[in-house]
Design a protein around this ligand. Structure first.
Ligand code: GRF
Length: 212
């Protein structure tokens, strides 16, 4: 028989830790949404795997604390994973969001936050997992691609789907232009879904995620 796991945020507003590696436009969309108390969430920390990225500047401009752990500064990947886990645990997050974070979390990180880690991916899962999804979609020749928000599991971009948005591929699209249009849909999807999760929690039955 299928069992259902329900997760309810313990804090009001719900505490978000967001992980970034680049420009941070998804982070910015969340920061902007959190300015409205009715949104029901606050970004309590931003974590990164590298210095000198615009996303960290966005966090600083919003007055949000940051932490940076670079894989190359640790002898083993598991040590990096534990360091990132410990940094995040200190902020008591209700929901952890990988938003353009170009690293996979390890087993010890995920075990600390069961069914509380989500990731946004610029394709319609299960199509085109991995780092080059917009390019792969263009090369395949699909007419519709999009964005997927999913629960992070131990695979690559294959966890239970929380939300998806479709984006048509247009004649003449290049990788950068298509990715920018996907990101517009991706940010809207992220803001809407995270707000609903923050306010009402979420349930998972097998692979099916329900957000009230
Ligand atoms: C997003 O499309 C994300 O899905 C992908 O990288 C992009 C990050 O964009 N992995 P940004 O840093 O949030 O602007």
């Amino acid at each position: 028989m299928a069992s259902t796991l329900t997760v309810l945020p313990s804090h009001t507003p719900a505490r978000l830790v967001v992980f970034v590696s680049g420009s941070g436009t998804n982070l910015q969309a969340l920061l902007d949404a959190c300015r409205d108390p009715a949104y029901g969430a606050e970004v309590v920390a931003v974590g990164a795997d590298r210095d000198g990225i615009a996303a960290l500047d966005r966090a600083a401009a919003a007055g949000v604390p940051t932490f940076v752990h670079r894989v190359k500064d640790y002898p083993h990947r598991a040590d990096w994973d534990r360091a990132v886990r410990d940094a995040a645990v200190a902020y008591e997050p209700d929901l952890l969001i990988s938003a353009g974070f170009m690293k996979l979390f390890g087993a010890e990180f995920l075990a600390a936050f069961p069914q509380r880690v989500v990731n946004t991916h610029p394709a319609l899962s299960p199509a085109f997992p991995g780092m080059l999804a917009p390019r792969d979609a263009l090369e395949y020749g699909v007419k519709i691609t999009g964005a997927t928000l999913f629960m992070v599991s131990d695979g690559i971009d294959d966890g239970p789907v929380i939300a998806q948005r479709a984006v048509p591929v247009e004649d003449g699209d290049d990788e950068a232009g298509l990715h920018e249009r996907i990101k517009i849909a991706e940010r809207a999807m992220l803001v809407e879904s995270v707000g609903r999760m923050a306010r009402g929690g979420w349930s998972i039955t097998d692979r099916k995620v329900t957000v009230p």
